[in-house]
Design a protein around this ligand. Structure first.
Ligand code: SF4
Ligand code: F3S
Ligand code: FES
Length: 247
């Protein structure tokens, strides 16, 4: 059954803004993005929101609902009480462009810093992997690049100063994917530790909690990557090599 919901939506741009109150009609089965679209259609034609698929697959509609990082198109109105005030704000970690739209280019910069897959020279038909290795990559490749994990991680959420040194869970996961790939010839452990700030991650798992694809970012990517970096650090041959050649 339909009802009128009370919405508070952040309106503004890079110079500042404020929460504004609206009362909007809600129909059965709708999601928060439907209500934002109804607001645009009936009261605020200039309200900016980024979206594309409305099916939880493009990763465009990321924002925060009542302070929780969410995909607007996958957040059902039925999860809120009809008399609850629903607050919708842009992702906090990235600079606002307008209203609910943020500039997520930080993520693309971090992506570009990771050298791509480096396979060995193989003849056609020799490119073989075990199924377990295929499945590991497949889990990570479910990522829709919504950047909710990047937005949530406390290392950068309120610490602009850490953005230079820290690639964030999504890109540490990408490094882990390549590092654990049996056919990748590059050693990415130094990249992970020195350039992508793996040491900043203290495995709070907040990234995993918000991932709409339910990827076990911390357990399956970040912790195994940390283990590999530690192995390298305490490998006696690596240690001796560092002593001899890095003085
Ligand atoms: Fe989004 Fe999950 Fe990918 Fe992070 S890992 S960008 S939360 S889909
Ligand atoms: Fe951040 Fe996830 Fe590590 S939230 S601290 S990257 S476990
Ligand atoms: Fe594509 Fe929400 S609109 S994930």
């Amino acid at each position: 059954m339909g009802y009128d919901a009370r919405f508070r939506v952040w309106r503004g741009d890079i110079d500042g803004g404020d929460l504004q109150d609206y009362t909007v009609a809600v129909n059965e089965g709708e999601v928060v993005l439907d209500i934002i679209h109804r607001l645009q259609a009936t009261q605020t034609p200039d309200l900016a929101v980024r979206w594309n698929c409305k099916a939880g697959k493009c990763g465009s509609c990321s924002a925060e609902v009542n302070g929780r990082p969410r995909l607007l198109c996958m957040t059902r109105m039925s999860t809120f009480a009809p008399d609850e005030v629903i607050t919708v704000t842009p992702m906090r970690t990235f600079p606002v462009v307008k209203d609910l739209v943020t500039d997520v280019s930080f993520n693309y910069e971090k992506a570009r810093e990771i050298p791509s897959f480096a396979p060995p020279e193989l003849a056609p038909g020799e490119y073989r992997m075990k199924q377990v290795d295929v499945e590991r990559s497949q889990e990570f490749r479910k990522c829709i690049e919504c950047f909710l994990c990047q937005n949530t991680c406390h290392v950068v959420r309120d610490h602009e100063e850490n953005k230079q040194e820290f690639a964030g869970p999504r890109y540490l996961m990408r490094i882990a994917e390549l590092e654990m790939h049996p056919l990748d010839t590059a050693d990415r452990r130094e990249l992970a530790q020195e350039n992508a700030g793996l040491g900043y991650c203290n495995i709070t798992k907040c990234c995993t909690e918000v991932c709409p694809e339910h990827i076990k970012i911390t357990d399956n990517a970040l912790i195994p990557l940390k283990e590999r970096v530690v192995d390298r650090k305490y490998d006696p041959i690596v240690w001796l090599g560092n002593k001899l050649f890095r003085r």
